[in-house]
Design a protein around this ligand. Structure first.
Ligand code: NI
Length: 261
């Protein structure tokens, strides 16, 4: 069995066949999955899905590219996030939160991203939940903020990890987990393959980021959690162990980090 630690089944790309697909996942050995909020509406929809399906859990947090959602009604929405993170039994993490300088190049916007990132880390601390971190083209600022977060007792995963093996080692030393998805199967995924080779299996989590980033041989198509089997196979190959071992051990890791699973 496999635990999927990052998917977005609230996405409109699943509107036509969501129910059928979600039941197909169970038959494909997906034991549990975390549906991760990105927009504010995505957070609400993630919680709804988690209440509808036993095997689905939710993460609530606003993505750096969606911080306008928080600025639209800061107090009300931050209160909702804190209240939901604290009190909803199916909410297992705060995320995805972080920094994305790829899409937002202006210093003014990046500064706002950092502010909302830190405020949401504070929600995780108050709710005593782990965090799911999104970080793109913001390696140094993310590292600095996560160092400070660790001092405040924050635990979490660097989702869809895309930085160097060296930085991964630093994150692992601080107790953070490395989220590995479809990119590990890509021909141009050498850096992530190197990271997987050097990162202890105890610190790796499986994820797809569905509907994005489908692994080979389905690259370019809509992604779903059944593709985790290809990701696990690739990690097994890199580490010279069996796919079953990868699935079982990463499942244990997910349970250690997301204690409410
Ligand atoms: Ni995501």
């Amino acid at each position: 069995m496999i635990i999927e630690t990052h998917a977005h089944y609230d996405d409109e790309k699943f509107d036509a066949d969501r129910a059928g697909l979600l039941s197909a996942l169970r038959e494909s050995k997906i034991e549990k999955l975390i549906n991760v909020g990105a927009s504010f509406k995505g957070c609400e929809d993630s919680v709804k899905l988690a209440h509808e399906y036993d095997f689905i859990y939710a993460a609530v947090g606003v993505h750096p590219s969606d911080i306008e959602d928080l600025e639209a009604a800061p107090e009300e929405r931050m209160n909702w996030l804190l209240d939901t993170a604290k009190n909803d039994p199916k909410v297992v993490a705060v995320g995805e939160i972080g920094l994305d300088y790829y899409w937002d190049r202006e210093e003014e916007v990046q500064k706002k991203q950092r502010e909302w990132f830190k405020k949401q880390l504070e929600i995780a601390r108050e709710a005593d939940l782990p965090v799911i971190i999104h970080s793109r083209d913001a390696a140094q600022d993310t590292m600095e903020i996560m160092k400070e977060a660790k001092e405040n007792g924050i635990r979490g995963v660097l989702h869809c990890y895309s930085y160097s093996p060296d930085q991964a080692r630093e994150y692992v030393k601080m107790g953070y987990y490395i989220g590995v998805g479809g990119v590990v199967t890509f021909k141009n995924g050498k850096k992530l393959q190197q990271t997987v080779a050097e990162t202890p299996l105890e610190h790796i989590l499986l994820e797809t980021d569905s509907p994005y980033l489908s692994p080979e041989p389905n690259r370019g198509k809509r992604n779903d959690s059944r593709n985790l089997h290809y990701i696990a196979e690739k990690i097994a190959k890199i580490k010279g162990i069996t796919k079953e071992e990868v699935c079982e051990r990463t499942k244990d890791n997910a349970r250690v980090l997301f204690t409410k699973l």
